[in-house]
Design a binder for this molecule. Structure first.
Ligand SMILES: Nc1nc2c(c(=O)[nH]1)N[C@@H](CN(C=O)c1ccc(C(=O)N[C@@H](CCC(=O)O)C(=O)O)cc1)CN2
Length: 289
């Protein structure tokens, strides 16, 4: 397959489970587009009777594009009551990073992008604090300082949404952004806002989970990345990790250990989202990592 006309794409499907689904999907791809299957993975949720599949493929078929694929695949999708999407690998996603006063996750994401780990366009950084400006300038990413207070929260969100629209943002990443987003904001980017919460959810929701965990005398701390929904810290979990703590850990060392976890779980979530490895359903996710 010559590189010039070769296109790669990812097909993501969920539908009621039944026999013959894998064969029907693969046969369609081979017969319609003479594909080379690069990666295929599937999962069944026995309790809900659901089937999930992710197929990464390459094709040299003339006229292969998103619209022609949608038209051709729709009859099969209808036959099996599929929810599905096709993601072409040609255009990098536009990503906006939101941050408040703690910069460790932002710094990690910027470094991973700079070293080529993230294949995306880091279009802008938005913050309600000035502290991230030097880091944004070092990485040559446009920085917008929009201070938020109770009295101007709605107006600031309008400005934020206008910036996201102007930059044609595909994904918003809350890298320790400490403002609760309104339902209006969240509805504008369904399953396209990723947050890192600094606890092992559902434990210790809210603004100060490390303080609550320390007061509780936990022996494990955690971090969770999740899609953002209107319900605070309730969105579909994407990744979690934990670390041991003991009576020798006062609050500062507990927070420091937690920061390493936050960086890990957030970067995994961003990478998996950019690679179209996450399927979300019933407030859960299937991760094809
Ligand atoms: N709609 C949602 N917005 C946000 C979510 C979410 O799940 N749904 N996650 C938070 C992040 N977060 C914990 O991870 C969090 C951030 C902020 C607060 C909070 O109480 N903020 C106060 C202001 C605090 C301050 O000014 O320092 C507030 O917004 O009134 C709780 C949890 C990001 N947004």
């Amino acid at each position: 397959m010559t590189q010039s006309t070769r296109k790669t794409a990812t097909l993501l499907i969920d539908c009621p489970d039944r026999k013959g689904l894998v064969a029907a999907i693969i046969n369609f791809l081979v017969q319609q587009y003479d594909v080379n299957i690069l990666n295929a993975d599937q999962h069944q949720d026995a309790e809900l009777g659901l089937f999930f599949m992710r197929v990464e493929f390459a094709t040299e078929a003339a006229g292969f594009d998103e619209l022609s694929f949608r038209t051709a695949f729709q009859p099969l999708a209808q036959q099996f009551q599929m929810n599905w999407r096709i993601e072409l690998a040609d255009a990098p996603q536009n990503v906006c990073l939101f941050v408040s006063q703690y910069l460790h996750c932002l710094a990690d994401l910027l470094h991973r992008h700079q070293t080529g780990e993230f294949h995306c366009n880091l279009a802008l950084i938005v913050s309600n604090h000035e502290s991230a400006r030097p880091l944004a300038e070092f990485h040559h990413v446009p920085f917008y300082y929009l201070p938020v207070g109770r009295e101007n929260k709605q107006q600031v969100e309008r400005q934020q949404l206008a910036l996201l629209d102007e930059h044609k943002i595909d994904l918003v990443v809350l890298a320790r952004y400490m403002q609760i987003l309104s339902p209006k904001f969240v509805d504008a980017y369904p399953r396209r806002i990723i947050n890192v919460h600094h606890s092992f959810l559902p434990a210790f929701t809210g603004a100060k989970p490390y303080h609550a965990a320390f007061a509780r005398g936990v022996k494990l701390i955690g971090a969770t990345s999740h899609y953002v929904t209107a319900e605070l810290d309730e969105g579909p979990i994407i990744e979690q990790d934990v670390a041991r703590v003991s009576q020798n850990d006062q609050l500062p060392s507990l927070i420091q250990k937690g920061r390493d976890l936050e960086r890990l779980v957030l970067s995994r979530a961003v990478q998996w989202h950019l690679d179209h490895r996450i399927l979300s359903y019933a407030n859960k996710t299937v991760i094809f990592a």
